[in-house]
Write a new protein. Structure first.
Length: 295
């Protein structure tokens, strides 16, 4: 899902900011199970958290038994503690990009199938011409467990639709994890296509962050952590999460959302979201400025 993972960072930072030692130990143990460093030569170096702007790649991966999976969603989040501003760029999964290791153009969501997190990070760094410091990956099939762990969410659906046997009526409603997953995934019946799906996913993020920050959800922090632990992988340590919570809180609350505009074209019998080079350069310039890098 394109945008669904932002809540993970907010939820982990909320729990990570708790002062109770017993809770801290439980959180530390869970985050340690989630931790997986990047093993690749990257233009990215660890930024000095608390001082430097940072970038985080947020991934939703559709993994099923016997299938390595593909990224169902990608967000590049940049956070600048000086300007107290953040940008959130949703990368359409059909975006046509050049994958250097394969020496060919691919859909960006296929980079994960070929070379996992490492290949996805390298390909996005090249496409956007920015370093990516950190990543958070969510297994989308496990997403419903996380929604259930916080007691469900309330959404306001613009129009009724049915996906894979689940009907979601129009209007405001409280939904569980199973329904939320369908709500976030539907694309074909939406006249806005992938961009309409992104809008629903942003709505879900806001609602999950809202529910996750409530006391009633924190009382169930062990259930939330169990769900996160089973379904999340990241190269952020708990100490770094706490530092981000302390130093970047204002910036995370001031997010500018950017859509990657392009044209849907059929090339070699496959549909791609084709981004003009000028558009890509303008996007790169915006992100590099946000990261205090030379244009």
């Amino acid at each position: 899902m394109q945008n669904i993972i932002l809540f993970i960072l907010a939820l982990l930072l909320t729990i990570g900011g708790l002062s109770y030692y017993s809770i801290y130990r439980t959180v530390a143990k869970s985050v340690n199970h989630m931790y997986e460093p990047l093993h690749r030569d990257s233009k990215s170096q660890d930024a000095v958290i608390g001082h430097d702007p940072i970038s985080i790649l947020l991934l939703g991966v559709d993994e099923r038994p016997g299938d390595k999976g593909r990224t169902d969603s990608m967000i590049v989040l940049t956070i600048n503690p000086e300007t107290k501003k953040s940008t959130m760029v949703s990368i359409p999964r059909d975006t046509r990009v050049f994958m250097r290791s394969k020496n060919t153009n691919i859909k960006i969501n296929a980079a994960y199938t070929y070379e996992g997190i490492e290949g996805t990070v390298q390909t996005l760094e090249q496409f956007l011409n920015i370093p990516i410091n950190y990543y958070i990956k969510l297994n989308m099939e496990g997403f419903k467990d996380i929604v259930d762990a916080i007691g469900g969410i309330t959404v306001n659906n613009d129009f009724p639709f049915t996906l894979e046997g689940v009907h979601i009526p129009k209007g405001e409603q409280h939904i569980d994890g199973k329904v939320a997953l369908k709500y976030a995934r539907m694309r074909k019946e939406d006249p806005r296509g992938d961009f309409g799906r992104q809008q629903r996913q942003r709505e879900i993020i806001n609602q999950i962050v809202h529910e996750g920050a409530q006391l009633k959800s924190l009382k169930n922090y062990q259930g939330i952590l169990t769900s996160l632990e089973k379904n999340i992988q990241t190269n952020l340590t708990l100490d770094k999460m706490i530092d981000i919570q302390s130093s970047y809180k204002e910036a995370v609350n001031n997010i500018k959302q950017i859509e990657v505009k392009g044209d849907d074209k059929k090339i070699d019998n496959l549909w791609y979201h084709v981004v003009k080079n000028e558009t890509r350069k303008d996007l790169s310039k915006t992100l590099r400025h946000q990261l205090n890098l030379e244009s």
